[in-house]
Ligand binder design. Sequence first.
Ligand code: PMP
Length: 442
Amino acid sequence: ELAKMLKISRTTTLSSYRLLEERGLIQSKMGSGTYVNDSTKPTVDGSMAWDQLFSPQYKSPMASLLRTLIAAPTAEETISLAAGMPDPSFYPLDLIELAFTKRKDDFTRTDYGYIATEGYFPLRQAIAKWQSQFGSQATPDQILIVSGSQQGLYLTVKAFIEQQDYVIVESPTYLGAIQALEAAGARILTLPDSDHLDLELLEDYLIRYRPKLMYTIPTFQNPTGRVMSLDDRQALIELATRYRLVIIEDDPYSLLYYEKPAPPSLKSLDTYGGVIYIGTFSKTLLPGLRTGWVTAAQPVINRLAQEKQHVDLHSNNLAQFILLVCIEENILADHLTKVRSEYKKRRDAMVHALRRYCKETIDFSVPAGGFYIWCKIKHPISVTELMHRAAVSRVAFVPGIAFYTNGTHSNEIRLCFATHNEELLKEGIRRIGQLLMTLSTN
Ligand code: PMP
């Protein structure tokens, strides 16, 4: 209101708020508002000059903007299509409990102690066997268990990237990867969003910049939902072999297909040993077990294990045992069959609702798997205005700029169809349709 009276733009106001928050002068309370910190009142933080004590940290210019944008809509009745969260009501907890009871004596007292950093060996064996069904041949020694694929990503970046190293990513791409790369000081080269991999541009990057690695999500990409074709995969491997390019293949979604199975992973096509594959059980089963894995050449696994040792010695043993049981007792395979059909219905419900409520305002293509629909808003909009309106309309999503390294794209949004049932999805999209109509007529 004040900003309006004084004719200050919303962006300026938000930037000032961010600055004040960063300096500790104000504090945002989720779902409540922004409050001035009372400097006369002693706090538990005391009078420590924390900012001077912390080690230097890379601050992404986007990070605080995103925090402001994403943290804003928290009213209780908000329908959130933002997080890439499976539906908790699908978690097969009863089956897991039964199977755990049946198998718990296999997990000995020794297994509750410290174990090898590389992970619980029976799980590494089970993952090797599980992956072989999908054409990827690896020995248990080539598998490192990590605490979620985000940790796999972090360790890999830590092991390879020095300040100023070049890396190649798709644009847009997963926010968590951008953040891990930027925090390590990488210079990011982008391959623009397209139906086909731009091999010419990629080769140009390889010759000109000698990048340390390429990060890609070839199957049901986050956020676009795209699938790299088999031809492109083969051509990429051929090029990577010639230049000895290290590829990080991030693959949380390939088993969540709603039409036909995805093409083989890059790892399964890897003939030169340069692909570092990162898998996870977060989307296929449940994220809270925080368990994923890295499949790569033995020297890479050894180096990542060294890095992991500095972080947490090894991932949680019990979570690893539970996952072993889920694989061996077919809980994972049966669960996948079930959620594929459920998520397909939800995807279709979202598509249907988008066609009904957002026909004039949104362009999108139907993803063949994964969790997301990537939407292009047909008219120019201000992201801050959009997010503000979304908060008022009690619907949440991730603004497209979160998935770019330069923050220039602003007319896209990512919608997750996995978390809510069809009815809520429909209502969420109805709200988005309404708010976009009001934005476009303003
Ligand atoms: N990579 C991608 C592409 C993702 O979408 C996600 C989760 N949104 C992750 C990695 C991290 O998943 P987790 O750490 O839970 O395995």
